[in-house]
Ligand binder design. Sequence first.
Ligand code: PMP
Length: 388
Amino acid sequence: MSSSVIREILKVTQSPDVISFAGGLPAPELFPIGAVRQAASTVLDRYGAAALQYSTTEGHLPLRQWLAERAGITPDNVQIMTGSQQGLDLIGKMLIGEGDVVLVEAPTYLGALQSFNPYGPAYTQMATDEGGIDLEALEVQLAALQQAGRSAKLLYCVPNFQNPTGRTLSLERRRRLVELTARFGVVVLEDDPYGSLRFTGEALPSLYELALDMCGGPDGSHVIYSGSFSKVLVPGLRDAWVQAAGPMIRKLVQAKQGADLHTPTFNQMIVMELVEEVMPAQIERVKALYGARAQTMMAAMKAHFPAGVSHTVPEGGMFLWVTLPERIDTTALLPKAVERQVAFVPGAPFFALGGGHNTMRLSFSSANDEQIGRGIGALGQTIAEALG
Ligand code: PMP
């Protein structure tokens, strides 16, 4: 079955009778609707027609300044994006030529593969374990490429609470990843939409922050950081940003000009109204809810899943990853689960070069506790039946 078939099956799951752990939707009951309404009104009062006029491709300067200050860089190192998904597309457009080697985690974010595919990359999968990317294996891969007179053009990764696995790259591996990629001349695209949503454990520095120290400041950095307001405010405003070396940003500005001229001015101004007063408390609410739901889901899996099924233990974000015994194919399991009114995403499409037939991604962000209990119960029955 192809991923488009999976999409067809998942359409069924939009019915209210089906409990869906498939979508990656933020919990809508937490959206700060009143604050957005107030901010929209304030923006129109303050900026008038300028809020509705064309504006600069780089983005609303106060928002870029706010982001730059937080990161200890200058606004010239910040480009506003229409969703971080646009950043993945435009960075792919900028950097990937037909046949270029692009390193991705196995598994990786499906949406990144969709963004990169049209530019014709030759994917190389990086092995992963509980601590994220296996750096020993990566060093061997990079050295082998170098010996063959080649190099990787881009390394794409999601170090915090990865989509789809929920795993986090350890600090020691982060340091080593930045050092290795600098040594082998590989540009890193660090996709970090979930970084602020840590509900347990210690916050870790981003690859971008580590590279600032190791590579002599923002314009020497080979790491491109992609951040987003989708998961910490609302996804529908489509506001996100990229931090990178000045020359990289200037190229990105050109690519963005060709794509959509600029991110909606009104939306950027609304986000700027919200970042100081509303976003910090919003992040706390989101973390508390997702942390509790992750616990509920893991407790339900312990109670209802048969022996031989394991899962990751995320410290934040919206996803966890389930591995079933080898003989189960989760793509074939999905229609059976949907018959029992529960849905998940099979793991196979998250692998650029195949693998993961016995894995699945579960999202714990948008189902309530009662639905999680019932849905995991139904999924446990589906798995038990398949195991026979
Ligand atoms: N990267 C990752 C890893 C994601 O999970 C998502 C959202 N599913 C995105 C990028 C895109 O987010 P947005 O365009 O809303 O910023």
